[in-house]
Design a binder for this molecule. Structure first.
Ligand code: GDP
Ligand code: ZN
Length: 314
């Protein structure tokens, strides 16, 4: 046969019928994907074989996919959930001092992370710009950001420009497979460039083309870090949408709400002017931040208006 013995590897990126696979000693091979494999994404661990003779430009064949620890999907208006990256165990949710810091947006990302069972690390970038804001704005940002830590999340304040506090961020990465998400302009590419200086040109190219639809066509790519760990760079999944989630699920994804959800009088409690709502009571007692509950309601309301026609949700 023209194939070597079975080996284990990692899918670095997938292009239609081909995939780049990294071998155990960190070499990359462009491989065919066997037809019986119906789903293969960046980050998948696979069984593959090297080509020992010429195989129309291909250097091997992927023949099996190992079970995934996690799967990150991009909600797609037409296709439902589209798998994009496998085996991620950490998501860096990046926000910034400017443009507009918004806990509502941070909450949306956290909900998406909680839903798929991946730990979010909440990053506030551009702290060098805090001094440009008036004291009240500064206090608002710092106190709400610190609240995320109080409810049990890892939070990091950094500046990719001055490189302030990038070391604690880098310390979060070994032993994990991470991905960076966040709104446009918060500094994701800048941070990825700090983490992966060797792929500078790739991320630059993408950010310069943003707004031209480039984001969705750029493939997710898996990068090995120097200290045992990996970063998946995927411009296409830096923004999530949540319309596929039910309100009850969104409430559960607010982990500070969880202790109170069982105490609401009615099972379908909307947690808004409902009699016997344990969550509203918790807010009154100061056990849950009022802005977290307000953000929850805004998320639910935005889902009601932005939901695609039922027939398109599979
Ligand atoms: P992305 O759209 O999230 O990938 O954001 P970019 O990395 O392209 O950054 C958007 C803009 O913010 C660029 O002009 C960056 O130079 C700037 N930027 C990124 N990080 C920082 C920072 O820590 N401080 C300041 N002042 N600007 C930053
Ligand atoms: Zn309630």
């Amino acid at each position: 046969d023209q194939l070597g013995p079975a080996e284990q590897g990692r899918v670095i990126s997938r292009y239609g019928q081909h995939a780049d696979v990294m071998s155990d000693n960190a070499e990359t091979f462009r491989c065919h994907i066997r037809r019986n494999i119906n789903s293969l994404v960046c980050g998948d661990r696979v069984q593959w074989r090297r080509a020992t003779a010429s195989m129309d430009g291909m250097q091997g064949v992927v023949e099996a996919v190992h079970e995934r620890e996690t799967l990150l999907s991009r909600p797609d208006f037409y296709d439902g959930l589209k798998p994009v990256a496998a085996n991620i165990d950490q998501i860096l949710v990046v926000s910034s001092v400017l443009p507009a810091y918004s806990t509502q947006i941070i909450d949306r990302y956290i909900v998406a992370c909680e839903d798929i069972g991946i730990e979010p690390i909440i990053v506030l970038n551009k702290t060098d710009l805090l001094g440009d804001l008036d004291e009240q704005q500064q206090r608002q940002i710092t106190s709400s950001f610190e609240h995320y830590q109080r409810i049990g999340y890892t939070t990091l304040k950094v500046s990719s420009t001055t490189q302030q506090d990038l070391t604690p961020l880098m310390r979060q990465l070994p032993q994990h497979t991470s991905i960076v998400v966040g709104q446009s302009g918060v500094g994701k590419s800048s941070l990825v460039n700090q983490i992966l200086p060797q792929v500078n040109t790739h991320t630059k190219e993408v950010s310069e083309n943003s707004g031209l639809g480039q984001h969705t066509t750029t493939v997710a790519t898996w990068y090995l870090l120097e200290e045992e760990g990996a970063l998946i760079d995927s411009p296409g999944i830096r923004e999530f949408s949540l319309w596929h989630l039910e309100p009850e699920r969104v409430a559960w994804c607010y982990k500070d709400f969880r202790p109170f959800l069982g105490g609401c009088k009615f099972r379908d409690c909307k947690h808004k002017n409902d009699p016997g709502c344990a969550l509203q009571e918790a807010v009154e007692k100061g056990e849950v931040a009022d802005w977290r509950l307000q953000n929850y309601h805004r998320i639910i309301e935005s889902m009601n208006t932005k939901k695609p026609p039922r027939a398109l949700v599979r």
